[in-house]
Design a protein around this ligand. Sequence first.
Ligand code: C2O
Ligand code: CU
Length: 497
Amino acid sequence: MYRFQKPTLSRRAFLASAGVGAAGLMLPPPLWRPARAASAKEFHLRAARGLTRLAPEPYGETPTWCYNGRVPGPELRVRQGERLRVVVENGLDEETTVHWHGVRLPNAMDGVPHLTQRPIGVGETFTYEFDAIDAGTFWYHPHQRSFEQVGRGLYGPLIVEEPEPVRVDRDVTWILDDWRLTKSAAISDDFGNGHDMSHNGRVGNTVTVNGHVPDIFAVQQGERIRLRLINAANARIFGLDIQGHKPMVVALDGQPVAPHAPDSGLVVLGPAMRADVVLDMAGKPGSRASVIDRFYQGLEYRLIDLAYGAAPLRDRAPDWPLALPANPLPEPDLRNARRHEVVFNGGMMGGMVMAEMGGSMGDGSSGGMMGGRGMTGGMGSMMGMMHSGKIWFINGVAAEGHVMDPMLTLERGRPYVLAMTNATAWHHPIHLHGHSFRVVSRNGQPTRHREWQDTVLMAPRERVEIAFVADNPGDWMFHCHILEHQAAGMMGVIRVT
Ligand code: C2O
Ligand code: CU
């Protein structure tokens, strides 16, 4: 019993977004090399239906949507400073795009339908091309109807290696996902239902690592592993307890962080988030240690067992250094930063949170059931809003599709602080495209590591401040990465000019 629980790159668009020719003194140097593309590492991705063995025998294979016939899609690996060219072919029955999550790239390569490109039509191809300026653990997925396309299996890892990676015995990627399967191991068709949209999203009953329900992971005593964890789930948050081991977090969302043991001992990953963890295999030959997911209280389960082989690799942990070299991120100067308030509200039970928080957050809404602007009409209007798909709001506005007026317009090259308030009863992993930001405070307390992230998990009622230099011109999505929340309005556009 297992737990159920072509157009190619338009040169003109690229040059425009790269700021080439705009040699104003105030502007920082362009992030990108010109689009000449002498040499690039080329990859092909074909999105199409396929079959994947998610669940073990005696279950059958699961009909999924795949890149190159598999879930996850192939691991794309390049060296920092290399250029990627990825030819994407759409073999699905509907439009798609590919977004390079966490990668700082030119706006025209960001893969947002209608906003940064025309969606890739059925049978069409599109070529993405960009420089890998940051080393780290990234991933790719469609930005078109993500809640279903990602939910059916379209995603894969993108690994950018440091020129001189930290020394380890093995570099391993675990891309975690969560599926809602029927008794015959088919994907349940209820994508986008009202309950998932208005509560905590599509949480499933089956968790996979690299596309199958895992059992054991073979290790050796004394071995040092760099474990790259990626959460590709629509909505599930993971809190991994690696029993009997002392994981050291060395990078978050691809960006190096001072090596540290995770707070509370759990490696916490909201949807879309990544953690690079260095694990010294401290167990005895022949022993086992479980990795338990403890994020949801009362719903703990064993994810996988580390299974030690008979022969040790070495008798003690190596003393090799852990710290990764920094990426070329511009440091935001907080004294000169401009500040913007951002309030997230809506969802079921939002009104209670609004009342508790004084009902004064952000747009001055008086806290109806949904907590959004003008929604004081109780149950009737709540059902009306839910029916229209507007359930979640950023500063009082619910997105309908990717094209909208920017919620903020930022000046290129300037530092900004976004002071964000989660005025809802739910967690939200908030993602900004095209930039990494420092998480500088939580509930008024400075963070210990001032970590760089591209997706920050906000707990219910939490206030989080993030800071970054708006150095990448274009229209960038800013949204919750619980894909049902994104689809139900929790999304905006931040323009950098
Ligand atoms: Cu990983 Cu806008 O997304
Ligand atoms: Cu959310």
